[in-house]
Design a protein around this ligand. Structure first.
Ligand code: SF4
Length: 377
């Protein structure tokens, strides 16, 4: 790739049409191209057999299909979770995670081919680093560098879609969660254009309810999402039910305190009739007492919601530790007593450091000896 090449994944249908027309090609080429890119999932212009050779040559010279270069991967011991680290045109790196969930007892080894995997969820990033700066999060601690482009966001999904297609899945991915590095609502326009790329039938064509966008509580973005009248799922990282503690754990709370956040959440439920998922990472002796569970219950009373309890994925340098299991269960019992539905998130890939930003930091620390890591082939 070079700086003058256009990333085709950065273009929506209207923009791709403009490019095709500027080359004096018929407009039906747009449909053909999108079919190859998003349905056939090819990453090679030579495979686009119904495009004439001169057009393929021009595409090859002037455009790219995504701008990500895979530089490292890590797999969990059960082979169900895979993390990928990609490098972009400017040398910055970003992480993406594939999480696969079995639909029947057994391991991938004793499953059929393709394995008996019910859900294949890809968790994507929207920024290099994150300006929110949550102290328990490796990404937040590493600082913020820049927003990703639409093409860089979409390419993360296509990478794993291709991989799962090669593994034999007719529907390569079942879910997309925008929950990796970064605050997706800080650059709402890019996130919204990515959601359109995922749900537009001419492109990936996924059902909106299979797409989840997760925010740290960026109230302006929640309101913009309400205006879009979209059916995508909304998740909100709560982590504390009082402003003093949330100011520390999720610093965006200083800009949008809990009262404002909860008002926006109620507006969202009122406008969409959709349930919100509140994410709550349980940290040992920080936010995991029964009394704090009571505060969460009071805060969420009357809101159509679900609480996802996540024992913290500990990072190497953070003083925050995961809660003991007994306390996690007690926290859950308190919420359930208040009729607040909960799930205890199945931990995916803890040993490969599936928490966001951790592979990126590991590669940075080992940059002098990157071969010490399991590298992409
Ligand atoms: S937890 Fe999310 S919002 Fe907080 S710093 Fe990490 S990536 Fe950003």
């Amino acid at each position: 790739m070079n700086d003058k090449q256009i990333d085709l994944l950065n273009l929506d249908t209207h923009e791709l049409t403009g490019l095709v027309q500027s080359w004096n090609e018929p407009v039906y080429r747009v449909k053909q191209l999108q079919q190859w890119l998003y349905h056939e999932l090819v990453d090679d212009f030579d495979a686009m057999s119904n495009l004439p050779h001169p057009l393929r040559a021009r595409l090859k010279a002037a455009t790219t299909i995504g701008d990500l270069k895979l530089i490292a991967t890590q797999d969990s011991a059960d082979a169900l979770t895979r993390k990928a680290l990609f490098q972009m045109r400017d040398g910055q790196t970003v992480e993406t995670v594939l999480m696969r969930y079995l639909d029947a007892p057994g391991s991938p080894e004793d499953s059929t081919d393709p394995p008996n995997v019910a859900r294949r969820t890809v968790c994507i990033s929207t920024q290099v680093g994150c300006p929110v700066g949550c102290p328990f999060c490796e990404t937040g601690q590493a600082g913020y560098i820049r927003n990703l482009t639409l093409g860089e966001v979409v390419a993360q999904v296509l990478y794993f879609a291709r991989e799962q297609k090669r593994a034999g899945f007719e529907m390569p991915l079942t879910n997309i969660v925008i929950m990796g590095m970064g605050e997706p609502f800080m650059k709402f326009n890019v996130t919204w254009r990515a959601i359109q790329a995922f749900t537009d039938p001419a492109r990936l064509g996924m059902g909106a309810r299979r797409v989840t966008v997760s925010t740290s509580g960026y109230v302006d973005g929640i309101r913009q999402l309400i205006e879009k009248k979209s059916q995508v799922n909304l998740a909100v990282s709560l982590h504390a039910a009082d402003d003093a503690l949330r100011d520390q754990l999720v610093p965006v709370n200083r800009k949008y305190p809990l009262r404002e956040l909860m008002n926006a959440c109620r507006e969202y439920v009122h406008a969409t009739h959709r349930r919100i998922t509140f994410e709550y990472a349980l940290m040992d002796n920080v936010n995991d007492s029964a009394q704090q569970a009571e505060q969460v219950a009071q805060l969420l009373a009357g809101v159509l919601c679900h609480v996802n309890l996540i024992p913290l994925n500990p990072t190497s340098e953070s003083p925050y530790r995961r809660s003991p299991y007994a306390r996690v269960l007690e926290f859950q019992r308190v919420l359930n007593r208040h009729n607040i539905p909960t799930t205890l998130r199945v931990e995916k890939g803890i040993e490969i450091m599936a928490g966001c930003g951790q592979l990126r930091q590991q590669v940075k620390r080992h940059s002098a000896n990157v071969n010490a890591l399991p590298l992409a082939t």
